[in-house]
Design a protein around this ligand. Structure first.
Ligand code: FAD
Length: 475
């Protein structure tokens, strides 16, 4: 693998000509929005930002980049959480923004499929599905801005994985441009296709390091006509797990989301937003649960009532409120979705996106909280997230009145302690956000030599010159 080089002005000129001057940015100041991510954790530099319009332009750019060894960084909605979409600060890299590949090519209600280009926003896909009386269930806080290309490249998760699976499970086919410019049209819409290696799965979750995704066929579901949502108070995470299984059992496997929220999260919400918990006395933990399905209206409301009644009897919950209108349901979800924002108002926060087997969640929460308190007395863990997937966002707010920068300077120490516990419990240090730049140096710890060698070999075959995202994912 030869090291990528700073592109010569003539090379930049050739690249700009492919997309046209109005779709290229070469002035440093105008590039700014593409060079920093939302938390300002990474701020890079670039030789140019190119905005191709179709797979053919992507292909022509990559052909030249491969020949001239120009490093390329793909970017969709720039909402990624591990810095993969931001170029390094060398100024040698070219950012390729995919947002102009924004056509919904086809929606087929009989096949339950939708074919979209990589730059279409997740919300646009959800809306197109709804217009065809179907559901595209992928759902996450950034859905108004993130793109399908970014969702597939990071194998995004979100709140409905417990019911429908992650981005990988929702993808039937992909169109990818390889590092040397060849276009692979893998836009199949088959649910069964055992004809050799499933190549689409190599690109999903590869964070742009193996190829640029230009389009995808996604799978659709019947629109849920019946739905019930409740917030329940529980004394500890141990009680949340039987509640999940109870809800799934009574609803016939219809739990489409189940989230855990700690008391401190509700306190932050009530302090920094107009939202209020519908429950009376404060409880140590809360579980937000939703069941949904295509059956007759009202059935799942009854199932939810039955489930909560049984949970009271078994002393799993101490209080509960079922949303009786769409506005009440929305307000419960707004509470959950505002957690990151309200945490910001409490000063610096150190964040982790981890997963452990479901049965290990209580032990993980106990041990990680104790470890953080030992390292930084007064630090305030705010662990919340997708408890049905074993995926906890183990966020920690700074001690009250502490200096935010001094607290954030402990990020590495804290992460090491948290990750040690995750790995000991058989978990993953990145449940849904990916590796990018943030977790790259953990790869030798989390992957065996055989696994790392296979990943390197794949990279060598698909991107022998190492032009795609140098320094990301692989150490
Ligand atoms: P970008 O940020 O632009 O890029 C992300 C990565 O994908 C980069 O490595 C980039 O190079 C690569 N990439 C982008 N487009 C392509 C392409 N076409 N081909 C190849 N590579 C490409 N994530 C979750 O999984 N679950 C959540 O619940 C969740 N909640 C979030 C909530 C908020 C408020 C925010 C800001 C982010 C959240 N995220 C979540 C993270 C983020 O939204 C997802 O990772 C999303 O999938 C990124 O999409 P994007 O279009 O913004 O990609």
């Amino acid at each position: 693998m030869r090291p990528p080089v700073r592109p010569a002005p003539q090379t930049i000129q050739r690249l700009v000509e492919i997309v046209g001057r109005s779709n290229a940015i070469v002035e440093a100041q105008e590039m700014e929005p593409y060079l920093r991510e939302w938390r300002e954790r990474w701020i890079g530099k670039a030789a140019a930002v190119l905005k191709p319009q179709n797979a053919d332009e992507v292909s022509r750019i990559l052909k030249i980049a491969n020949e001239m060894l120009v490093p390329i960084v793909a970017q969709g909605g720039n909402t990624g959480a591990v810095g993969g979409q931001i170029p390094s600060d060398s100024g040698d890299e070219v950012v390729m923004s995919l947002t102009r590949l924004n056509r919904i090519r086809e929606i087929d209600a009989v096949d339950n499929s939708i074919t979209v280009e990589a730059g279409v926003s997740l919300r646009s896909v959800q809306e197109a599905a709804e217009a065809a009386d179907r559901l595209f269930p992928l759902s996450l806080g950034a859905e108004g801005s993130c793109t399908i290309g970014g969702n597939l490249a990071t194998n995004a998760g979100g709140i409905s994985v417990v019911g429908y699976g992650n981005a990988r499970a929702l993808t039937l086919g992909v169109e990818v441009v390889l590092a040397d410019g060849r276009i692979w049209n893998g836009l199949r819409r088959l649910r069964k296709d055992n004809t050799g290696y499933d190549l689409k799965d190599i690109f999903i979750g590869s964070e742009g390091t193996l190829g640029i995704i230009t389009a995808a066929v996604l799978t659709l579901f019947p629109r849920p006509l019946d739905r019930a949502t409740a917030l329940a108070a529980v004394s500890d995470p141990e009680a949340a797990l039987p509640l999940f299984h109870l809800a799934n059992g009574i609803s016939g496997g219809r739990v489409t989301a189940i989230e855990i929220i700690p008391r401190i999260g509700i306190e932050f919400i009530e302090r920094h937003s107009p939202l209020r918990s519908p429950l009376g006395a404060p409880a140590p933990w809360y579980v937000l649960v939703e069941v949904a399905g295509a059956g007759p209206s009202g059935v799942l409301q009854l199932a939810m009532e039955k489930m909560l009644g049984e949970a009271f009897e078994r002393q799993l919950i101490s209080d509960a409120a079922i949303a009786s209108s769409e506005a009440q349901r929305r307000s419960l979800w707004d509470m959950r979705e505002s957690l990151s924002l309200v945490q910001k108002a409490e000063g610096g926060s150190i964040k982790h996106d981890v997963s452990v087997p479901l049965s290990k969640i209580p032990a993980f929460l106990r041990e990680a909280t104790a470890a953080v308190e030992r390292l930084i007395p007064g630090a305030r863990p705010v662990p919340f997230g997708h408890i049905g997937d074993g995926n906890i966002h183990f966020n920690i707010s700074q001690p009250v009145g502490a200096d935010a920068q001094a607290f954030l300077a402990r990020w590495e120490d804290v992460s090491k302690a948290v990750f040690d516990i995750v790995l000991r419990l058989g978990g993953s240090i990145s449940a849904e956000h990916g590796i990018g730049r943030l977790k790259r140096d953990y790869m030798p710890i989390i992957k065996s030599p055989v696994e790392r060698a296979m990943m390197k070999d794949l990279k060598q075959v698909l991107d022998p010159n190492g032009i795609l995202h140098p320094g990301k994912v692989l150490p």
